[in-house]
Design a protein around this ligand. Structure first.
Ligand code: ARG
Length: 483
């Protein structure tokens, strides 16, 4: 197109009359199709319908308590909200063009059902405090649910740890064999990380347990509303103290999305290990058929797709966090429409973590380990090197010197001078007693210190792991959950 050409702007068709906006009084024209297409959030925020109805019911009760609604009006609007709830539940709720978001859709329907009284629902309320209230209620339910699922995964890890008995495998640093560790110790290591995730979710839940309802568009209201009473009605621990902060604070979304990204990173690390463990090279674990996939072309394949996707999708969880933080960073007080962009990353992160935890929990719970392969790898003679050095330390030799003595034997063994066990037995400072440390299965028993990888420390760890699970469940129960 020639830039000099006069270009006539083609206005989109106007919406049907039924799609009247919430702000029609100030406007002579209706919204354009492209505006609606670009600004609509209904496709994803309709999942907050329960929370929107709960928030509206508490608001209506609050308005009646301070005389802004009569008892009759209150009951009419509450009944309409219940009807909407039934329609939503049954999937019979009909959305219309112009239902920009779930708040608009529900208020429209309530007005249809309740007549004039429905027009009072939005008294002393803005979608700005409404959406913040809904989202906090949604988080209270969903984050609690994620925490419960994580606990199930921790339990699956514990069960496999208990099943594993004294099976050991190489512990790695730099993915090089380092020292033998009990399989139970390795499995519980991941469970402890998930425990921190649960505790982070609980911290986030405590901090987000503040009701923004009553903050209005940004400044509160001239009407005699009682935000503390509606906060209590909704099961929030407290009400906001600053209306500007109340409508613009999305720290809780950022925290939640961080918590979920961190969970994703833990799941990704588990995924990476299982990809290795199930490979022919390691052969440490075999997946149950229900938790593995085959190949369309290679008949022999059994692939760990769950583990790979747990690793791959963690990138998306990190993306959700960075996108959200970037969206938030330049916003002046108070509400800005940019904030609508808080929902998709949050919903997506919750959904993806929920799916990943369920699939990985099943994968771990049903997998079979191959102790022979694990133990053969851990029985490599050089894995005893640190125990040999510590043997010399017990005899009074400074560790640095002991390290060099044993290192020289390892080097000689690698050069083909003899097996490490023979070289150790022949060394007068080490001898037959030290050589016993090189024998298969001995190494793992040597790690006796608190929190260590051997059988002696395991009992105490299992006990504190169980205490962690009990604490987590108790904290979740104690948390005054919505609903
Ligand atoms: N859908 C909007 C959001 O998610 C609701 C609030 C709209 N407020 C407004 N002033 N336009 O943020």
């Amino acid at each position: 197109m020639d830039l000099d050409d006069e270009h006539e702007f083609a206005r989109d068709a106007e919406l049907p009359a039924q799609a009247r906006t919430l702000w029609h009084g100030r406007f002579t024209g209706g919204p354009s199709e492209s505006l609606l297409a670009y600004t609509v959030s209904l496709p994803y925020d309709q999942r907050m319908w329960r929370d929107d109805i709960a928030g509206s019911k508490a608001h209506v009760r609050g308005l009646a308590r301070v005389g802004l609604l009569t008892d009759d009006e209150r009951d009419t609007v509450l009944a309409a909200l219940d009807d909407v709830s039934v329609e939503m539940d049954a999937g019979t709720f009909v959305f219309v063009d112009g239902d920009e978001d779930i708040h608009t859709a529900i208020e429209r329907r309530v007005t249809e059902l309740a007549g004039a009284a429905g027009g009072k629902l939005h008294t002393a309320r803005s979608r700005n405090d409404q959406v913040a209230t809904d989202l906090r209620l949604w988080c209270k339910r969903e984050l609690r649910d994620v925490a419960l699922r994580l606990i199930e995964m921790q339990e699956a890890l514990l069960n496999q740890a208990l099943e594993a008995g004294d099976t050991y495998l190489p512990g790695y640093t730099h993915l090089q064999r380092a020292q033998p560790v009990l399989l139970s110790h390795h499995l519980m290591a991941h469970g402890w990380a998930l425990g921190r995730d649960v505790s982070r979710l609980l911290d986030t839940l405590q901090r987000l347990d503040v009701s923004p309802l009553g903050a209005g568009a940004l400044a509160g209201s001239s009407l005699p509303i009682d935000p503390e009473a509606t906060a209590a009605d909704l099961g929030f621990a407290r009400a906001f103290d600053n209306s500007l902060d109340a409508v613009s604070d999305r720290d809780f979304v950022a925290e939640a999305v961080f918590d979920l990204a961190m969970i994703g990173i833990h799941l990704s690390r588990i995924g990476e290990e299982w990809v290795l463990w199930t490979s022919g090279e390691f052969g440490f674990a075999v997946l149950d058929d229900g938790y593995a996939t085959g190949s369309s072309m290679l008949p022999q394949k059994k692939n760990p797709d769950i583990a790979e996707l747990a690793r791959g999708r963690s990138g998306r969880l990190i993306g959700n966090l960075t996108g959200l933080l970037a969206m938030l960073k330049g916003l002046p007080m108070a509400y800005n429409r940019d904030l609508q962009e808080d929902k998709e990353p949050l919903f997506d992160s919750v959904e993806q973590v929920t799916l990943a935890v369920a699939a990985l929990t099943g994968m771990i719970a049903t997998a079979t380990f191959v102790p022979e392969r694990m133990q053969a790898a851990a029985d490599e003679e050089a894995m005893a090197a640190t125990d040999l050095a510590e043997f010399l330390v017990r005899g009074g030799m400074p560790f640095r010197e002991a390290h060099a003595v044993v290192g020289a034997h390892v080097q000689a063994a690698l050069a083909g001078t003899g097996s490490l066990v023979d070289l150790v037995a022949a060394d007068p400072v080490l001898g037959a007693e030290a050589a016993r440390l090189v024998a298969p299965g001995v190494g793992v028993t040597m790690r006796t210190s608190r929190g260590g990888a051997g059988p002696e420390a395991r009992g105490a760890q299992v006990e504190s792991y169980r205490a962690m699970l009990a604490d987590e469940l108790q904290s979740i129960r104690d948390f005054a959950a919505f609903g």
